[in-house]
Design a protein around this ligand. Structure first.
Ligand code: ATP
Ligand code: MG
Length: 234
């Protein structure tokens, strides 16, 4: 099987996440993409507003009409902090050697990879795909590789590909450990923080999240002022 894995806090999941995943799914001829909400991400704990369960529910609702998208509770059920490297190890065990795992992350997330747990190991457990995001340049990634970073990550190599130029042969090429694919997707200028801010200000979030997610947010009064501590599922 060819499996895409996309981690994130998804607080909430929005069309930027979904569109990037959709493009990678088709370009790399994947069988499915699994979204993995981080329950307790090490770098973000203070910033997170909705409980892990609410964020999980929203990913589930956002992907309800897409048969090849699913959501995994793997980081919700694991105690302690949520580390992608542990998730990838578990997926490798679950899906076996005959499966290829593609770990999809936005370029902003990749810029922080040096601070991730066992970053070098992570690059060897999956084929890493770094996708474009407005405000971030994909071609900066390779240039930002100072020698210390190179060493920490095990001297990764980079390959820049445009989504329209990915042939079946490129998509299914055998996975080379340490190779990071930089993929130019049509990226939408949307962020979860912007959505949370819009809700706080009582402004519209229509067309930034799916209708199912907007309905869920409204029903549970997520991100509305004064609700932070009132959330029973936190
Ligand atoms: P926040 O503003 O709270 O940081 P976010 O919009 O960045 O939220 P995350 O949950 O932090 O969303 O992101 C999860 C993953 O999705 C990361 O790898 C990130 O780079 C990627 N991503 C987020 N937004 C987009 C977007 N608009 N286009 C492409 N990739 C995105
Ligand atoms: Mg982010």
């Amino acid at each position: 099987m060819r499996i895409g894995v996309m981690g994130g806090t998804f607080d909430p999941i929005h069309l930027g996440h979904l569109r990037a995943a959709e493009e990678i799914y088709w370009a790399f001829e994947l069988d499915r993409i699994i979204f993995v909400p981080a329950a307790r991400p090490p770098h973000k704990e203070e910033e997170i507003e909705a409980s892990a369960l609410h964020r999980y529910e929203m990913v589930s609702l956002a992907t309800v009409y897409t048969p090849y998208f699913s959501v995994s509770p793997i980081e919700l059920s694991r105690p302690g902090r949520s580390y992608s490297v542990e998730t990838l190890r578990e997926f490798r065990k679950l899906y076996g050697e005959e499966s290829t795992i593609y770990f999809i992350m936005g370029v902003d997330a990749f810029h922080g990879i040096a601070t991730w747990k066992e970053a070098k190991e992570l690059l060897s457990l999956a084929q890493v795909i770094v996708t474009a995001r407005p405000g971030w340049r994909l071609d900066e990634v390779e240039r930002s590789m100072i020698p210390e970073l190179q060493q920490l990550l095990g001297v990764p190599r980079f390959k820049y590909v445009k989504i329209s130029e990915i042939t079946s042969e490129i998509a299914r090429k055998r996975y080379e450990p340490g190779l990071v694919l930089l993929v130019e997707v049509v990226s939408l200028d949307i962020s979860s923080s912007e959505i949370r801010q819009l809700v706080k200000e009582g402004r519209s979030i229509r067309y930034l999240v799916t209708d199912t997610v907007a309905a869920y947010m409204g029903k549970n009064r997520l991100y509305q002022p004064g609700r932070k501590l009132a959330d029973p599922l936190r």
